[in-house]
Design a protein around this ligand. Sequence first.
Ligand SMILES: NC(=O)c1ccc[n+]([C@@H]2O[C@H](COP(=O)([O-])OP(=O)(O)OC[C@H]3O[C@@H](n4cnc5c(N)ncnc54)[C@H](OP(=O)(O)O)[C@@H]3O)[C@@H](O)[C@H]2O)c1
Length: 344
Amino acid sequence: MKSIFLTGGTGFLGKALLEAIESDFDQIFLLSRRSEFDPSIVSLKSRYPKLILIKGDLSDPNLVAIADQLKEVTQALHLGGLYDFKASDSENFSTNITGTHNFLALCGALPNLERIGFASSVAVAGDFNGVFNEDMFNVGQKFSDSYAFSKFRAEGLIGGFEFPGEKVFFRYGVLVGDSRTGRVDKVDGPYYMIEALLGLKKKIRLIKYGLVTPLPFDEKGIIHMIPVDVSAQATAAVLRSEAHKGVSRNYHIVGRPLATKELIVRILRFVGLSENTYALKKGFLSKSILKRFHIPDSLLHYLYVRTRFDYSQFSRDFPEIVFPTFDQYEKAFFSVFDTREESK
Ligand SMILES: NC(=O)c1ccc[n+]([C@@H]2O[C@H](COP(=O)([O-])OP(=O)(O)OC[C@H]3O[C@@H](n4cnc5c(N)ncnc54)[C@H](OP(=O)(O)O)[C@@H]3O)[C@@H](O)[C@H]2O)c1
């Protein structure tokens, strides 16, 4: 019987992953803080009858107590975490660092566990500038936000955990809506900018005819966005694979690199503002613009990232998964806002 234990299965990535792995496992044990009567759990259980809810909290130091229910599990995938740029440092640390520590204590008590998977992020590269390969980790980078630091520390904890099986680190790029439907759970990352510019256009109609729209980003910046369904398929391919048994690996599930300026121009075009944009240097003015747009400060760093995330190891091991270009999912990406605008 094939059994997997999943944290974060109720989240944005987790729900897409459930769809992708449903036929690969006989039992899917799902950790959630929610009760079995919570509408999202009711809906997931009716859609995926193999789901078994394990109620629990990653920040509970006694998480290991649920080990008795997970004796047959051979894979444990830790997607659960706090991904919210408005969260405080202590919230990030308690969910992402202490939560990972508790997850590992639990893994240590699972007698049949062969593989530990962890949802990390390209944010672990911090302020590194250049090409970040999949086998790179601690290169002396510094962090400007506690989310990125908490993912870095969590990777470090898992890396140092003594375990006879294999560990797989999935470093995701910015997860965006489903490549077919555009579906997202919440507005964050690049969607903040679209929402802000739609609001701005309503307030200052004249800007449409203005010559230049100054915005905070780096002229040479690069963003790695990947639709959530593609990330889920890539993750599922790894979980399903027996080809690299016993070998620990890092994979960059990042999507194709896109120039930040190109994304900004496409957003301006979609919103109907002048596409003639001017890149504001990182500093007081760029920070004030984010503040005015109600975009969290901590996102500023990501508008100035020039790092390219190499994914050649993933492409070599899983050539059947090809990351789409932005052109291929652009329509779905913006469709979330088309429907919102129509309903206003
Ligand atoms: N979204 C992105 O762009 C992105 C990019 C790179 C990496 N990642 C990583 O991918 C993972 C999933 O992200 P996501 O966007 O799917 O997040 P999300 O939609 O915010 O979902 C978070 C998930 O974590 C669970 N969780 C949070 N705190 C928990 C706690 N204390 N105890 C138990 N479960 C807890 C939630 O479960 P319940 O609410 O049901 O308890 C939920 O299933 C995260 O580790 C994130 O760091 C995300």
